[in-house]
Unconditional design. Structure first.
Length: 273
C-alpha cells in the first residue's frame, strides 16, 4: 500500500494539507517516497496535565503538535523518526485508559486513545512501519530510550529525599536521566548527555553519581585499550583477562532493577521500604 501511494497526487495533496495546517511554524514534510498513512487525536500525558495532541503517521516519521483550531490549525510541531521508536503497552489508570508509551532515545512519553480498538490500530500500524524501516536500513531498535517524565501531580514531595514538600515557592524539577520529580537541593548538578542535548542537563544527585561512575569506567577502559601492556617474561603473552572493578558509588542507593514506575503496580513511595 505504501509503495502504491508513494507517488500519487492524492498523497501529495494530503501531505501539503498537513504542512499548511502547521503554517510557517512547521517544517516541510514532503519527501520522495514519503506516505501519509493516517492521523488522529491522542491524549498526551504532559508535565502539568494530560492534553489532546494531533498525531500524523507517515511511513518513516511520526509528527505531532498542539491543536489551535480543531482540524484546521496546529503548532509546536514535533517530528520523530520511526527508526528510533519503540512501544510499550501500559495499564489503565483512574485518569486515563488505553495507554501506551512511545519511547525514543531523546524523549519518551505516554499517550492514550479514545478506545481500546483505536489503541490497537495505532500500535499495529506503528509497529508495521517500524519493522519495515528497520529491515530496510538494517538498523537495530533503540536500546536506550530516554526516561519519561513523571507528571507533576504524581507527587507532592521530592521523590529522592522524600521530605521536601512542593509548594508555590518550592518548585518541582525533573531529572533528565530518571525522569523523577525532585526538589532543587536534590538536583543541583548538571551532566552532559550528548544523546539528549548538546548542553549539560539537570540530573538528580543519585543519577549524577551513577553517571560519574560510568564515565570513570569508560575512561579507564579506554586507557587500558590504548596503554601498551609489557610482557613479564620473554616469549610469554600477557593475560587477556579483564580485572576491572566497578565503583562502589554505582552500588549505592540503587532502585530495584526490576521495578519500573509505569509498568508495575508498585508506587514510587514503596521504593523506600
Amino acid at each position: 500500500m505504501m509503495d502504491h501511494l508513494a507517488n500519487t497526487e492524492i498523497n501529495s495533496q494530503r501531505i501539503a494539507a498537513v504542512e499548511n495546517c502547521f503554517g510557517a511554524s512547521g517544517q516541510p514534510l514532503a519527501l520522495p517516497g514519503r506516505v501519509l498513512l493516517g492521523e488522529g487525536i491522542l491524549t498526551k500525558e504532559c508535565r502539568k496535565k494530560p492534553k489532546p495532541r494531533i498525531f500524523f503517521l507517515f511511513n518513516d516519521i511520526l509528527v505531532y503538535g498542539s491543536i489551535i483550531i480543531n482540524k484546521r490549525k496546529y503548532n509546536s510541531q514535533h517530528i520523530i523518526p520511526l527508526e528510533d521508536v519503540t512501544l510499550e503497552t501500559l495499564p489503565d489508570t483512574l485518569q486515563m485508559k488505553n495507554r501506551w508509551m512511545i519511547k525514543t532515545s531523546k524523549k519518551s512519553f505516554v499517550v492514550s486513545a479514545a478506545s481500546l480498538t483505536e489503541r490497537k490500530e495505532w500500535i499495529s500500524h506503528l509497529e508495521e512501519c517500524i519493522k519495515h524501516l528497520l529491515s530496510k536500513t538494517g538498523r537495530q531498535p533503540c536500546r536506550e530510550p530516554a526516561a519519561p517524565w513523571i507528571p507533576d501531580k504524581a507527587t507532592d514531595i521530592c521523590m529522592r529525599c522524600t521530605h521536601t514538600k512542593f509548594s508555590t515557592l518550592t518548585r518541582r524539577h525533573h531529572c533528565r536521566k530518571c525522569g523523577f520529580v525532585v526538589c532543587a537541593d536534590c538536583s543541583r548538578q548538571r551532566f552532559l548527555m550528548p544523546r539528549l542535548s548538546p548542553k549539560p542537563l539537570r540530573v538528580c544527585n543519585l543519577c549524577y553519581r551513577q553517571l560519574l561512575a560510568e564515565k570513570k569506567e569508560e575512561a579507564e577502559a579506554d586507557r587500558r585499550q590504548t596503554e601498551p601492556i609489557p610482557s613479564a617474561m620473554q616469549g610469554y603473552e600477557p593475560s587477556s583477562g579483564d580485572d576491572s572493578d566497578k565503583s562502589d558509588d554505582e552500588k549505592a542507593e540503587q532502585w530495584p532493577a526490576d521495578t519500573e514506575f509505569y509498568t508495575s503496580q508498585v508506587s514510587w513511595s514503596s521504593f523506600h521500604s
